[in-house]
Design a protein around this ligand. Structure first.
Ligand SMILES: [Zn+2]
Length: 239
């Protein structure tokens, strides 16, 4: 079995390049005010930049982030469901559509915008040529001030696989049966649940902790061989 790595932003590399991307997706499911668990929340890391909702008559209702009742959230979620791949989780705060915003200053081959990961088109093509599997690059709509700006693609990284129960503290309550909220902080020593990990993708998010990006050994080796800066790698055990 492949080794797996927690892939994160190399902040030193970002600082060296000096620039940043300030952008958002055009549509999103609202947050939820849950009448069962009492939490008002929305998830982070559930982004579908390839999903265009401009043909959805109610898409205007998905423009302004806000909390809604669970019933209203479900109504909007079911309007969106035909537009997304079958079987994906659509928690409150799931975003859709190409990133819109601005890019400022110098950027490397890998650019992070919050938890979103963008690649320069040439870097994405070189990773594809290395045989890295499952990198879906989506067009962005970014304004640059410089001449000849780079073309940045946002990766659609689906939340898949789970943490192993052994790394989740015993005092963390199970997910809310209604809204699905799981109040888990990042474990001190994350362990991936081997049986749940995808076998046909080299980069994905943890299904029950989607801010965390996981790469395979093939992804890491390719990035290092190509000398693409902007990423740190920490190996995680599987069980
Ligand atoms: Zn709830």
């Amino acid at each position: 079995m492949s080794r797996f790595y927690w892939v994160a932003e190399d902040r030193a590399a970002t600082a060296r390049h000096g620039g940043y991307v300030d952008a958002r997706h055009p549509w999103g499911l609202p947050g939820v005010r849950c009448h069962v668990c009492g939490a008002t929340w929305s998830a982070v890391g559930h982004d579908f930049p390839s999903v265009d909702l401009s043909a959805l008559p109610e898409s205007r209702e998905l423009v302004t982030p806000r909390p809604e009742s669970f019933a209203e959230f479900v109504r909007l979620r079911e309007l969106v469901r035909p537009y997304v791949p079958a079987g994906v989780a659509l928690p409150p705060g799931t975003d859709f559509g190409p990133l819109v915003g601005r890019a400022v200053g110098g950027l490397g081959p890998v650019v992070w915008s919050g938890t979103r990961m963008l690649l320069r088109r040439d870097a994405l093509e070189r990773l594809h040529a290395e045989g890295v599997l499952g990198l879906m690059g989506c067009p962005t709509s970014l304004r640059f001030r410089q001449k000849d700006p780079p073309e940045l693609m946002e990766l659609q990284l689906e939340p898949l696989g789970r943490f192993h129960p052994d790394c989740i503290p015993a005092d963390v309550p199970p997910p809310c049966p209604t809204c699905g909220r799981f109040g888990l902080s990042r474990p001190e020593a994350p362990i991936l649940d081997a049986a749940t990990l995808p076998t046909d993708l080299d980069l994905f998010r943890v299904g029950n902790f989607a801010t965390m990006v996981i790469g395979t050994e093939r992804f890491r080796d390719s990035v290092l061989r190509l000398g693409l800066d902007g990423l740190t790698f920490r190996e995680l055990p599987t069980r």
